[in-house]
Design a protein around this ligand. Structure first.
Ligand code: PLP
Ligand code: COI
Length: 369
């Protein structure tokens, strides 16, 4: 679908909240934000319809959306989203990490879900505008951030099954500590043997709500088995590692080679994944993006060839995986300590994000100036 008319770049109007939290209340929230529990005082909204294209970009008080019960998102799940973070640097300035990658991925997701594409510059501007209103919500404690959640929904009131002619784009923000309770410590993950995440030609490479809805049952199975995340295999042969419910995965070999599943169309093209491939290559590691079977994982772990496994994503950053549990066998040891390279890469990535190391790849975008 093409984007109709509109003036680019979009200009935003601001409608300040009369119920913004007082500083003392905000500080209490920022002292222990958790993940995804609290939301800032404002949000971004941009409307789209087939006649006018994107219009009426605005920053409004955070609050409920008015949706007609026939809004197509409620029936056919025509919805996509993104996740990125705003980081407070030591001098108080606020940056985000590779936002144009999130913008481009939102465009790819939009194409797959037959939604209109939002311009990369307008996406980045929408984040800046929200920070202009809610910058005080970016926490400054170590390893905390403001998680930004842009999303797009079909909100035409029409029950026919076709792409909607009325759409809304929004950005909300939520102060964030560690994604996993317990902070950065190795997690166990659960192999879903019954359910797949994405099939050939499906929506696996899109960041759409439906992918997550279908992961909730296997994710619940993971929790029941004492695991923090669920691992999916490819749906065709049930042999090859795809990704976790909300994260990509890497394997570290004894000789320093890293292996990560190739982008075959069924996994999300993680921006953290892409950045880690670059950082590992910078350190002189070989990185293989290829099909990687569960069998290989088991065999090479038992032989002591695989020495570290980790998950990565915006929310999880880099999280060591100690163990894979399956109904039939386990790989690794739940008590295993975090891998050395895992933690070194995590450190380097976060040092860049928080401005503690030079931004040698030009990955940072300042949001508050
Ligand atoms: N895979 C899935 C299914 C995800 O939800 C995410 C999180 O966004 C990722 C991978 C990692 O992507 P990124 O590093 O861009 O956050
Ligand atoms: C992210 O990392 O941004 C995600 O969307 C994953 C989700 C598990 C929170």
């Amino acid at each position: 679908m093409t984007t109709a008319e509109t003036t680019f770049p979009l200009s935003f109007t601001h409608h300040p909240s009369s119920a913004a939290r007082a500083e003392a209340e905000r500080e209490i929230i920022l002292a222990d934000p958790g993940f995804g529990k609290h939301f800032t005082d404002h949000m971004v909204q941009i409307d789209w319809d087939i006649e006018t294209g994107w219009h009426d970009a605005r920053v409004t008080p955070y609050g409920p959306l008015m949706l007609d019960p026939a809004a197509s998102v409620l029936h056919y799940a025509q919805e996509i989203f993104e996740g990125l973070k705003a980081y407070r640097h030591a001098d108080g300035s606020i940056y985000t990490f590779r936002p144009e990658k999130n913008a481009e991925r939102l465009q790819r997701s939009a194409r797959r879900l037959a939604l209109p594409e939002l311009g990369v510059d307008d996406f980045v501007e929408s984040i800046k505008q929200l920070i202009a209103a809610d910058g005080q919500w970016v926490p400054d404690a170590p390893e905390t951030s403001l998680y930004l959640r842009p999303f797009m929904i079909a909100n035409e009131s029409f029950l026919g099954v076709r792409s909607a002619q009325k759409v809304g784009y929004y950005v909300i923000a939520s102060p964030a500590g560690a994604y996993f309770t317990g902070g950065v410590k190795p997690v166990s993950i659960w192999l879903s043997t019954e359910y797949s995440r994405a099939g050939k030609g499906g929506t696996g490479a899109a960041k759409c709500g439906g992918n997550y809805a279908s992961s909730l049952l296997p994710q619940a199975e993971a929790y029941e088995n004492g695991c923090a995340q669920v691992l999916f295999l490819d749906s065709e042969e049930g042999k090859y590692v795809d990704e976790l419910g909300g994260m990509n995965v890497f394997f570290v070999y004894k000789d320093g080679t890293l292996v990560t599943p190739a982008l075959t169309g069924s996994i999300l093209e993680g921006i953290t994944r892409d950045s880690i491939i670059q950082l590992a290559k910078d350190r002189g590691h070989t990185v293989e993006e290829r099909r990687f079977s569960l069998e290989e994982w088991k065999r090479d772990s038992e032989a002591g060839e695989i020495v570290e496994v980790f998950a990565c994503g915006t929310a999880a950053v880099v999280t060591p995986i100690a163990q894979l549990k399956t109904p039939d066998f386990t790989i690794g040891d739940a008590e295993a300590p975090a891998g050395e390279l895992t933690m070194a890469i995590r450190q380097e990535l976060t040092d860049i994000q928080y401005g503690r190391l030079p931004d040698r790849h030009g990955w940072l975008t300042r949001l508050d100036a």
